[in-house]
Design a protein around this ligand. Sequence first.
Ligand SMILES: NC(=O)c1ccc[n+]([C@@H]2O[C@H](COP(=O)([O-])OP(=O)(O)OC[C@H]3O[C@@H](n4cnc5c(N)ncnc54)[C@H](OP(=O)(O)O)[C@@H]3O)[C@@H](O)[C@H]2O)c1
Length: 389
Amino acid sequence: MDALTSTLLGWLCVGVTMLFGVTLFYAAKKSPAEKANLLVWRLLPTLLGLLCVAMLGTGGGLVVFCTMCLIAVYLGSRALLPVGDKAVLITGSDTGIGHALAKYLDDLGFVVFAGVLNKDGPGAEELRRTCSQRLSLLQLDITSISQVKEAYLKVSEKVQNTGLWGVVNNAGILGFPADGELMPMSTYRQCMEVNFFGAVELSKTFLPLLRKSQGRLVNVSSMAGGIPLPRYAAYGASKAALSMFSGVMRQELSKWGVKVAAIHPSGFRTGIQGTADLWAKQEKELIENLPADTRQDYGEDYLLELKSYLLQMPVYCDADLSPVLGAILHALLAKRPHGLYTPGKGAYMPLCIFCYFPLWFYDFFISKMLSPKSVPRALRTSEAESKDL
Ligand SMILES: NC(=O)c1ccc[n+]([C@@H]2O[C@H](COP(=O)([O-])OP(=O)(O)OC[C@H]3O[C@@H](n4cnc5c(N)ncnc54)[C@H](OP(=O)(O)O)[C@@H]3O)[C@@H](O)[C@H]2O)c1
């Protein structure tokens, strides 16, 4: 075979391989739930890549071969297990992400156990009305040991033959975002109680079932659990604890075949922002608990301005929850789920800056992104004094 023929053949292989890769990419994008034909997805691109090396020589051939490997790995990571009769427990399904997830998984054919804080509330009622007979509602306040135990008994009785495949620790509270110095201790305690201890208690209770099925534990943490953000001292600390719990459990449970993922969403429009009535109550509690000198230093107008952050929050939050739902589905069904998912706009970049840049740069970046409009009274006064001098 002369040099020209061999080069032409080489490029033909490249073309076919590329076409193959692109076709698979679009097929996977269109139907991620489809069971992957792993032999074809992984072996064929690799073989074609090797052929390219033989035809194109080491330089060009290796580039193509490496590209093929990357495509194969990427496609392999998108391969999902079949839904079959997999059963999943979700906490906090009354509203928001948990509610949407219960409907989404039910639609996909999962056996859903939807834990709700209020079994007679509107969220539970809607799930009863709109979901299939497979979905079971469970009264489940994750801070109540007796309700967690009762839920365990109900679930284990129902899944005797098929087992429980997944637990999604979704229930969570935000508290009233404010400067860490101003937040009452009760906010720190409530955040830890629900976002961390509740999720830990539930995980520990259900892990025997997950170990049996070699299933999945998915913890819905937050972007604020991975990076420090102003006003999120209580919420962020409780979510950081949950993310660390997730990481350690991922390492420890791998020997049992259980895969653990943490989800760090950015802002999504749900019930978590609370209501005007709740803000008024939280604001009152915050102000009443402040020592007189702290109240004096920050000033009444600064304190009353705090809730404007919550008022503006929906503007920056996405109403479409599908990125979070997609991430949770991947964590539940992917053959090789990730340990960490960052769904939503702006969830990944600040984390990268926090991890790979000096801290002063991260702080500067965040101060530019989230610069507070109001300034505590004592700082305003000292600024004015220094201008007068
Ligand atoms: N939305 C976002 O932007 C965002 C961003 C990052 C992370 N997250 C996390 O995503 C998860 C879901 O939040 P979401 O945005 O969907 O907010 P959400 O609409 O308020 O949903 C949270 C759910 O948890 C329930 N819940 C509260 N305390 C509970 C308890 N002790 N036991 C059981 N359930 C309890 C709430 O019930 P009630 O409605 O009755 O209070 C609510 O149904 C949370 O863990 C949150 O921290 C959300």
